[in-house]
Design a protein around this ligand. Structure first.
Ligand SMILES: Cc1cc2nc3c(=O)[nH]c(=O)nc-3n(C[C@H](O)[C@H](O)[C@H](O)COP(=O)(O)O)c2cc1C
Length: 345
């Protein structure tokens, strides 16, 4: 995407959400070509699925499943659509999305703005199925029963999703992160387990990067007890590491470069807690092949990104994949699986 450096100043002249809508409009027009061929060393099997490249698109960019084929064609090894709630909802009032340019970061308090799962289901039925498209599931803000929203989300999407993600870590829906607490998490995972089908898609759980001591052990135990197939570490942070931008004090979830150390530490904690018993997907501040490589060596079988694409364009997925393949060659490794967890410290 040599075009992106030319387009970026135009995008950055718009407010962040208008720029995002313009990007979506452009991507929907992008040809649905076949995904590129990746070097065989990048192939891996995780939770029973064969991924052509370990570099995926994180949830939140294509919330309504409008252009997953295009993102696969642009070089993402897999795409996670959503978060989708049972009913459509407008999300929080604007402005609710902020670019922190000096920090290469974003703060969002979108609040699961989405057209609802029925509209997404219809779109996914029509999409090309040329790659792995996962569906990220959430709860409506005004839901009287958050757990019931996840259960019906799983029941509805189980037929169409290549994998499902239970998102209980977005900071912008009141009460949602409370589902990560001990009793609530057990109740949620037991209910979701009952909604799955034998032979159905694997189920991932997406967690926050903001945890106390002992939480990763507790969450790993619950995940293993309830047959969860992978943990996505992590969502945006509500903490505020030192930031330079004038938007630093906006409320919401922070993503991008300042999240990187926190997300890497969270991943290491989950790797230590799980001892490799459950696959981990590393997310948060990944912007180049070195970041992805570090995350894989710390225990991630796959990685995802969002914010770095805002700053570097969609060509970033292919560039990272290329860089990872080069590192494998340099290290004399035949596959990504060999490097997973090779440097857990
Ligand atoms: C604007 C925006 C919207 C997001 N929406 C969602 C969402 O709907 N569901 C979700 O699970 N994560 C969402 N995320 C979190 C990302 O999937 C990812 O976990 C986080 O941004 C860290 O990765 P990054 O630093 O590469 O962006 C969103 C992130 C951003 C920046």
């Amino acid at each position: 995407m040599a075009l992106y450096p030319l387009v970026r100043p135009l995008m950055f002249a718009l407010d962040a959400e208008t720029a995002h809508r313009a990007t979506i409009a452009a991507l929907k027009l992008w040809p649905k070509r076949k995904p590129p061929l990746f070097p065989p060393s990048l192939r891996s099997t995780v939770a029973g699925l064969e991924f052509p490249s370990p570099v995926g698109l994180a949830a939140g960019f294509d919330k309504d499943a409008e252009f997953p084929d295009q993102m696969l064609a642009l070089g993402f090894g897999f795409v996670e659509v959503g978060t989708l709630t049972p009913r459509p909802q407008p999300g929080n009032p604007r402005p609710r999305l902020f670019r922190l340019r000096e920090d290469r970061a974003v703060i969002n308090r979108l609040g699961f703005n989405n057209q609802g799962r029925v509209a997404a289901f219809e779109r996914l039925k029509r999409c090309g199925h040329r790659g792995i498209v996962g569906v990220n599931i959430g709860a409506n803000k005004d839901s009287p029963d958050l757990i019931a929203d996840y259960v019906c989300g799983v029941e509805a999407m189980v037929q169409i999703a290549r994998y499902l993600t239970i998102n209980i870590s977005s900071p912008n829906t009141p009460g949602l992160r409370g589902l990560q607490d001990e009793g609530a998490l057990d109740e949620l995972l037991a209910a979701v387990r009952g909604a799955r089908r034998p032979g159905g898609p694997p189920l991932f759980l997406k967690v926050a990067p903001d945890f106390g001591d002992g939480d990763p052990e507790r969450i790993v135990r619950a995940a293993l007890d309830h047959g969860v197939d992978g943990l996505i570490v992590a969502n945006t942070t509500v903490s505020r590491p030192p930031l330079k931008s004038r938007h630093a004090d906006q409320s919401g979830g922070l993503s991008g470069e300042p999240l990187k150390p926190l997300a890497l530490e969270a991943l290491r904690n989950f790797r230590t807690a799980s001892g490799g018993q459950i696959p981990l997907i590393g997310v948060g501040g990944i912007a180049n092949a070195d970041d992805a490589w570090d995350r894989i060596r710390a225990g991630a079988s796959l990685v995802q990104l969002y914010t770095a694409m805002v700053y570097r364009g969609p060509g970033i997925a292919r560039a990272i994949a290329r860089g990872l393949a080069e590192r494998l060659t340099r290290e004399g490794m035949a596959s990504i699986a060999e490097s997973v967890g090779s440097d857990p410290a």
